[in-house]
Design a protein around this ligand. Structure first.
Ligand code: T3D
Length: 262
């Protein structure tokens, strides 16, 4: 089985992590393949949304700890600088920064850097049996792969501290209640509902989505004046798009818009 499966559906790229026997733990080949798939999806204008999911009963349990076993048995720690710079940082930058919506379709357990991947996506759709754990403290590490950046922004500092330091599992319904995920659906309807949500994003006004995503992320650090200026610049550009014309025309003609992403 190849470590990643990429399929195109309704204008979206579905990227599936495929090491189900290890709950999709991230070993070197899987991280290489994930980075390549995300780069391809980001660069391809025909891809208007990206969904990340896992094969089998897990979403992703983070770094493959067995991959590091050789180093530890030999008495020295793994080179985290290398793995973070080569794999995790570019993967996270793509999920958070690519100019199209990214969606974590969390089919099962998400732990450690697997949870970080989900946090870095723009939206998280979760199966009701999924659960989350920031498992870094259990192996005496700090949350990484952007978890310290995304988590407090999603759930607030107090909850982030709780998840990072106490390290309890968070069930899907609790994750929904605290803003960690955006939707929870039961197993029987999860695949269908998630596919419909991703397809709806891919059929949306892609350029407006790209600008919206950048504004929301960038303006977290901005002053009000800076945010107003950035919104104006983005809105001027959005107002020039074919999709804006189509959206207004569809409204006037009392029909659904057909956005082309241009
Ligand atoms: O590079 C860096 O920057 C370092 C950063 C690291 C961040 C991280 O991501 S550290 C890893 C954090 N993840 C964890 O600590 C999760 C470890 N896994 C678990 O605690 C359990 O597997 C679960 C509670 C998630 C699920 O339990 P259960 O009973 O449903 O399944 P299981 O039997 O434990 O796991 C199934 C298989 O997946 C099993 O394989 P085996 O031994 O039967 O052949 C298990 O070893 C494997 N597996 C699970 N997690 C990992 C893993 N293999 C490698 N690495 C894992 N993280």
């Amino acid at each position: 089985m190849t470590p990643i499966d990429v399929r195109r559906k309704d204008g979206a790229a579905w990227i599936e992590l495929r090491r189900p026997e290890a709950l999709n733990a991230l070993d070197g080949p899987l991280k290489d393949a994930l980075l390549a798939a995300l780069r391809d999806a980001a660069a391809d204008p025909a891809v208007r949304a990206v969904a990340l999911t896992g094969a089998g009963r897990g979403f992703c349990v983070g770094q493959d700890l067995k991959e590091l076993e050789g180093a530890y048995r030999a008495g020295h720690a793994a080179d985290f600088a290398d793995v973070l710079e080569t794999h995790y940082a570019p993967i996270i930058r793509l999920l958070a920064g690519m100019p199209k919506p990214t969606v974590a379709v969390v089919n099962g357990v998400a732990a450690g850097a697997g949870m970080s991947l989900a946090l870095a996506c723009d939206l998280r759709l979760a199966a009701s049996a999924s659960r989350f754990r920031l498992a870094f403290a259990g192996i005496a590490l700090v949350p990484d792969a952007s978890a310290t950046w995304h988590l407090p922004r999603l759930v607030g500092l107090s909850r982030a501290m709780d998840l990072a330091l106490l390290g309890d599992w968070v069930a899907a319904d609790e994750a929904l209640a605290c803003g960690l995920v955006n939707r929870v659906w039961p197993a029987g309807e999860f695949a269908e509902r998630a596919e419909a949500a991703v397809a709806a994003l891919a059929a949306g006004p892609t350029l407006a989505f790209a600008r919206t995503k950048a504004l929301l992320r960038d303006n977290l650090q901005a002053t009000l004046d800076e945010a107003l200026t950035a919104e104006e610049k983005a809105q001027v550009a959005a107002g020039q798009t074919s999709d804006h014309l189509e959206g207004v025309t569809a409204f006037l003609e009392k029909r659904q818009p057909r956005f082309q992403g241009s």
